[in-house]
Design a protein around this ligand. Sequence first.
Ligand code: SF4
Length: 232
Amino acid sequence: MVVSSQLKRVFFEKEPLDYPLGRQIYQQMQNAGQEVVFLQSHNRVTGIPGKSPREAFFQGKSTLVVGVRKTLDFATCKPSAHYQLPLVTGCEGICEYCYLNTQLGKKPYIRIYVNVEDILHQAAILIENRRPEITLFEAAATSDPVAVEPYSGSLARAIGFFAEQEWGRLRFVTKFTCIDTLLKLKHNNHTRIRFSVNTDQVIRSYEHRTPRLQHRLQALSKIVASGYPSGV
Ligand code: SF4
């Protein structure tokens, strides 16, 4: 695994080591020589430097927190889906117009939730409650989960889960290109992957720390070749 060059620090809550994914991410960070600091309490991240709010914001964007999702009340996600699928929050990209800049307030760091099975179990309950209507979940409502997929593998697990759901569908949008681990998955056309695109001039000017247009289009063409429903 290659640790993102944007990543400056990694925090772990204590509970993630009780989960296979938590142990896996921890081992990956150890193998990559990335120092891991354990947090004393859930949801209280201290130790991100920054003398001003602006500096703290940018440092937060280079900080990964690995934790357990405590609340399994999924927010609604109208009009694009019925519910958010909260696998990840935050994003290492720094797009000047991103609504996460205000939505996440003083917590701009990236958070991976290791209790993916609990999250998918909750999705299964919501799907069951709405059948025979299709229930649609959006995995990129509060993050770009593709950016951390090399560490988390959460999207791959979710795609496999939704492939088996007669009444459930998954969708997410991304600007990031680390999608190779998704290409050979059985998806049953139940996951739609869209790419957010812009001209290179706009990307250079406003979408900092995100892949260039050409790389996004190359990733999109791989997704199309793998048979996923897709779009821009
Ligand atoms: S890539 Fe998406 S989620 Fe990340 S900062 Fe840009 S607009 Fe926001």
